[in-house]
Design a protein around this ligand. Sequence first.
Ligand SMILES: [Zn+2]
Length: 169
Amino acid sequence: MPAGEATGGETWYDVLGAAPEMGTDELRKHYHARALQLHPDKNPGDAAAAAAFQRVQSAWSVLGDAAARAAYDAAQAVAAGNRISEEVDLDDLHFEPAAAGAGGAVGEGEEAAAEAEDRYTWPCRCGENFTVTTSMLEEGCDVFGCDGCSLCIRVMYELASASDGEGQT
Ligand SMILES: [Zn+2]
């Protein structure tokens, strides 16, 4: 389970010395800097550095993965007391097949997801969307943050049901 808890109230962003609003590129820079600084080769016999190095690896295993990061962000938002504004059935979300999503507009500064995948969107009252990707669902995530504000929705779905037969192309 990579999406574990960071210790003592510090977030995985804290572990990397990064901020939640940073894009993947910037997070990667922070990760590399921390990993280099704490690398066991540079800190022989330093148990604290070794433990910190492990935490940095854990942090990056979550934040370096778009789906895991989204799941983590949503969990953080809920933990921070953000209300779930709606509960929506997955079937009610707007389904966007991977092909359409890949050619679509990409937000400024945001890396296009490496591999195109099917996604679902749900409009937020702020004008932005909640975005749910299949890999996020596979992470077991059911709470999703808005792309533009701090609201969250809970998506109701059953992992067990196979998706074949849904949505014809
Ligand atoms: Zn919003």
